[in-house]
Design a protein around this ligand. Structure first.
Ligand code: CA
Length: 227
Protein backbone atom coordinates (compact mmCIF):
# COMPACT_ATOMS: atom_id res chain seq x y z
CA UNK A 1 0.00 0.00 0.00
CA UNK A 2 1.38 3.37 -0.98
CA UNK A 3 0.22 6.96 -1.42
CA UNK A 4 0.53 7.56 -5.16
CA UNK A 5 0.08 10.76 -7.14
CA UNK A 6 -0.79 10.01 -10.76
CA UNK A 7 -0.23 12.84 -13.25
CA UNK A 8 -1.99 12.00 -16.52
CA UNK A 9 -4.08 14.22 -18.81
CA UNK A 10 -5.76 11.37 -20.70
CA UNK A 11 -8.97 10.84 -18.73
CA UNK A 12 -9.68 7.18 -19.72
CA UNK A 13 -6.08 6.14 -18.93
CA UNK A 14 -6.12 8.12 -15.68
CA UNK A 15 -9.41 6.59 -14.54
CA UNK A 16 -8.38 3.04 -15.49
CA UNK A 17 -5.03 3.28 -13.67
CA UNK A 18 -6.61 4.89 -10.63
CA UNK A 19 -9.23 2.15 -10.40
CA UNK A 20 -6.58 -0.57 -10.80
CA UNK A 21 -4.27 0.96 -8.18
CA UNK A 22 -7.05 1.59 -5.66
CA UNK A 23 -8.12 -2.02 -6.21
CA UNK A 24 -4.63 -3.06 -5.16
CA UNK A 25 -4.99 -1.17 -1.89
CA UNK A 26 -3.14 2.03 -2.77
CA UNK A 27 -4.26 5.55 -1.95
CA UNK A 28 -4.33 7.44 -5.25
CA UNK A 29 -4.51 11.17 -5.96
CA UNK A 30 -4.62 12.32 -9.57
CA UNK A 31 -3.87 15.48 -11.54
CA UNK A 32 -4.70 16.21 -15.17
CA UNK A 33 -2.06 18.88 -15.74
CA UNK A 34 1.43 19.76 -14.57
CA UNK A 35 0.93 22.95 -12.60
CA UNK A 36 -2.02 21.54 -10.69
CA UNK A 37 0.09 18.46 -9.94
CA UNK A 38 3.04 20.50 -8.69
CA UNK A 39 0.87 22.46 -6.23
CA UNK A 40 -0.82 19.35 -4.94
CA UNK A 41 2.37 17.30 -4.61
CA UNK A 42 3.81 20.09 -2.44
CA UNK A 43 0.63 20.39 -0.35
CA UNK A 44 0.20 16.64 0.15
CA UNK A 45 3.47 14.80 -0.54
CA UNK A 46 2.86 11.30 -1.89
CA UNK A 47 5.23 8.33 -1.51
CA UNK A 48 5.63 8.00 -5.26
CA UNK A 49 4.68 10.00 -8.36
CA UNK A 50 3.70 8.53 -11.73
CA UNK A 51 4.34 11.24 -14.34
CA UNK A 52 3.01 11.16 -17.90
CA UNK A 53 5.47 13.12 -20.03
CA UNK A 54 2.90 14.39 -22.55
CA UNK A 55 0.94 17.00 -20.60
CA UNK A 56 -1.07 19.92 -22.02
CA UNK A 57 0.50 22.76 -20.03
CA UNK A 58 4.08 21.84 -19.08
CA UNK A 59 6.66 19.64 -20.76
CA UNK A 60 6.99 16.49 -18.66
CA UNK A 61 10.78 16.79 -18.45
CA UNK A 62 10.45 20.38 -17.21
CA UNK A 63 7.88 19.29 -14.66
CA UNK A 64 10.27 16.58 -13.45
CA UNK A 65 12.85 19.32 -12.83
CA UNK A 66 10.31 21.41 -10.91
CA UNK A 67 9.28 18.42 -8.78
CA UNK A 68 12.94 17.61 -8.10
CA UNK A 69 13.51 21.21 -6.99
CA UNK A 70 10.99 20.82 -4.18
CA UNK A 71 10.79 17.10 -3.44
CA UNK A 72 12.84 13.91 -3.28
CA UNK A 73 9.79 11.69 -3.77
CA UNK A 74 10.40 8.83 -6.25
CA UNK A 75 9.10 9.57 -9.77
CA UNK A 76 8.16 6.95 -12.36
CA UNK A 77 8.00 8.39 -15.88
CA UNK A 78 5.29 7.20 -18.28
CA UNK A 79 6.24 7.90 -21.86
CA UNK A 80 4.59 7.16 -25.18
CA UNK A 81 7.94 7.09 -26.99
CA UNK A 82 10.36 4.22 -26.55
CA UNK A 83 13.26 6.62 -27.03
CA UNK A 84 16.32 5.35 -25.22
CA UNK A 85 18.27 8.63 -25.29
CA UNK A 86 15.30 10.56 -23.92
CA UNK A 87 14.71 7.98 -21.18
CA UNK A 88 18.39 8.03 -20.15
CA UNK A 89 18.25 11.84 -20.06
CA UNK A 90 15.21 11.73 -17.76
CA UNK A 91 16.75 9.11 -15.48
CA UNK A 92 19.79 11.37 -15.20
CA UNK A 93 17.48 14.32 -14.50
CA UNK A 94 16.08 12.59 -11.43
CA UNK A 95 13.45 10.10 -12.60
CA UNK A 96 13.63 6.81 -10.68
CA UNK A 97 12.15 4.48 -13.27
CA UNK A 98 10.08 4.53 -16.45
CA UNK A 99 7.32 2.72 -18.30
CA UNK A 100 6.62 2.84 -22.02
CA UNK A 101 2.94 3.20 -22.97
CA UNK A 102 0.81 1.24 -23.25
CA UNK A 103 1.54 -0.57 -20.00
CA UNK A 104 -0.59 -2.76 -17.76
CA UNK A 105 -1.52 -2.09 -14.14
CA UNK A 106 0.59 -5.16 -13.24
CA UNK A 107 3.65 -3.62 -14.87
CA UNK A 108 3.05 -0.36 -13.03
CA UNK A 109 2.58 -2.22 -9.74
CA UNK A 110 5.93 -4.00 -10.24
CA UNK A 111 7.70 -0.67 -10.88
CA UNK A 112 6.00 0.91 -7.88
CA UNK A 113 7.21 -1.88 -5.62
CA UNK A 114 10.74 -1.68 -6.97
CA UNK A 115 10.91 2.09 -6.57
CA UNK A 116 9.46 1.99 -3.05
CA UNK A 117 11.87 -0.78 -2.07
CA UNK A 118 14.79 1.29 -3.30
CA UNK A 119 13.55 4.46 -1.61
CA UNK A 120 13.59 2.55 1.68
CA UNK A 121 9.91 2.84 2.42
CA UNK A 122 9.18 -0.16 4.63
CA UNK A 123 6.84 -2.62 2.97
CA UNK A 124 3.86 -3.08 5.19
CA UNK A 125 2.47 -6.39 6.34
CA UNK A 126 -1.07 -6.95 5.09
CA UNK A 127 -2.62 -7.68 8.49
CA UNK A 128 -2.19 -6.53 12.06
CA UNK A 129 -3.74 -7.95 15.23
CA UNK A 130 -3.74 -6.04 18.51
CA UNK A 131 -5.78 -7.74 21.22
CA UNK A 132 -9.34 -7.83 19.88
CA UNK A 133 -8.56 -5.46 17.01
CA UNK A 134 -7.89 -7.01 13.62
CA UNK A 135 -6.76 -4.80 10.75
CA UNK A 136 -6.78 -6.01 7.17
CA UNK A 137 -4.47 -3.36 5.77
CA UNK A 138 -4.82 -4.31 2.11
CA UNK A 139 -8.62 -4.46 2.24
CA UNK A 140 -8.79 -1.47 4.63
CA UNK A 141 -11.25 -3.20 6.95
CA UNK A 142 -11.14 -3.52 10.71
CA UNK A 143 -12.92 -5.58 13.33
CA UNK A 144 -13.13 -5.32 17.10
CA UNK A 145 -13.83 -8.59 18.94
CA UNK A 146 -15.12 -9.98 15.63
CA UNK A 147 -17.54 -7.11 14.92
CA UNK A 148 -16.88 -4.78 12.03
CA UNK A 149 -15.45 -1.37 12.94
CA UNK A 150 -16.68 1.46 10.74
CA UNK A 151 -13.64 3.69 10.47
CA UNK A 152 -12.98 6.76 8.37
CA UNK A 153 -9.92 6.76 6.14
CA UNK A 154 -7.85 8.75 8.63
CA UNK A 155 -9.02 6.74 11.64
CA UNK A 156 -7.96 3.59 9.82
CA UNK A 157 -4.58 5.08 8.81
CA UNK A 158 -4.01 6.27 12.38
CA UNK A 159 -4.80 2.84 13.80
CA UNK A 160 -2.48 1.15 11.29
CA UNK A 161 0.32 3.57 12.12
CA UNK A 162 -0.13 2.99 15.86
CA UNK A 163 -0.28 -0.79 15.31
CA UNK A 164 2.98 -0.65 13.34
CA UNK A 165 4.53 1.01 16.40
CA UNK A 166 2.75 -1.19 18.94
CA UNK A 167 3.68 -0.37 22.53
CA UNK A 168 5.85 2.54 21.47
CA UNK A 169 4.92 6.15 22.13
CA UNK A 170 4.58 8.04 18.86
CA UNK A 171 4.72 11.82 18.92
CA UNK A 172 2.04 14.10 17.60
CA UNK A 173 4.42 15.43 14.97
CA UNK A 174 5.15 11.86 13.80
CA UNK A 175 1.41 11.24 13.52
CA UNK A 176 0.92 14.46 11.55
CA UNK A 177 3.76 13.52 9.22
CA UNK A 178 2.88 9.86 8.76
CA UNK A 179 -0.92 9.87 8.85
CA UNK A 180 -1.79 13.38 7.71
CA UNK A 181 1.36 13.78 5.62
CA UNK A 182 2.03 17.22 7.05
CA UNK A 183 5.72 16.98 7.96
CA UNK A 184 5.89 20.65 8.86
CA UNK A 185 3.20 20.56 11.50
CA UNK A 186 -0.42 21.43 11.11
CA UNK A 187 -3.54 21.68 13.13
CA UNK A 188 -2.96 19.60 16.27
CA UNK A 189 -6.66 19.63 17.06
CA UNK A 190 -7.22 17.41 14.02
CA UNK A 191 -5.50 14.57 15.86
CA UNK A 192 -7.52 15.10 19.04
CA UNK A 193 -10.80 15.01 17.16
CA UNK A 194 -9.95 11.81 15.29
CA UNK A 195 -8.57 10.14 18.41
CA UNK A 196 -11.73 10.90 20.36
CA UNK A 197 -13.88 9.41 17.57
CA UNK A 198 -11.62 6.39 17.39
CA UNK A 199 -11.83 5.93 21.17
CA UNK A 200 -15.61 5.97 21.01
CA UNK A 201 -15.58 3.28 18.33
CA UNK A 202 -13.17 1.19 20.40
CA UNK A 203 -15.57 1.53 23.34
CA UNK A 204 -13.22 3.42 25.60
CA UNK A 205 -12.60 6.89 26.99
CA UNK A 206 -9.50 9.00 27.59
CA UNK A 207 -10.01 8.52 31.33
CA UNK A 208 -10.35 4.74 31.02
CA UNK A 209 -8.22 3.70 28.04
CA UNK A 210 -7.81 0.10 26.95
CA UNK A 211 -6.05 0.39 23.62
CA UNK A 212 -5.26 4.08 23.09
CA UNK A 213 -3.07 5.59 25.77
CA UNK A 214 -2.23 9.28 25.70
CA UNK A 215 1.15 10.27 27.09
CA UNK A 216 0.63 13.89 28.05
CA UNK A 217 2.90 16.32 26.28
CA UNK A 218 4.52 13.54 24.25
CA UNK A 219 2.05 11.62 22.12
CA UNK A 220 0.23 8.32 22.32
CA UNK A 221 0.66 4.61 22.04
CA UNK A 222 -1.44 1.63 21.21
CA UNK A 223 -1.24 -1.31 23.60
CA UNK A 224 -2.70 -4.80 23.67
CA UNK A 225 -4.90 -4.71 26.82
CA UNK A 226 -4.96 -8.52 26.93
CA UNK A 227 -1.24 -8.69 27.63
CA1 CA B 1 -0.59 12.60 -22.11
Amino acid sequence: MAAIHLIEDDEPIRAALQTALVGRGHVVETSANGLDALARVVAQPPEVIVLDLGLPDVDGADLLGMIRAVSGVPVIIATARDDELEIVRLLNAGADDYLVKPFSADQLEARLRAVLRRSGAPSRPSKAVVGGIELDIAARTATLDGAELELTRKEFDLLVYLAENLGTVVSRSDILAEVWRQPFGGNDKTIDVHVSWLRKKLGETAAKPHYLHTVRGVGMRLVDPHQ
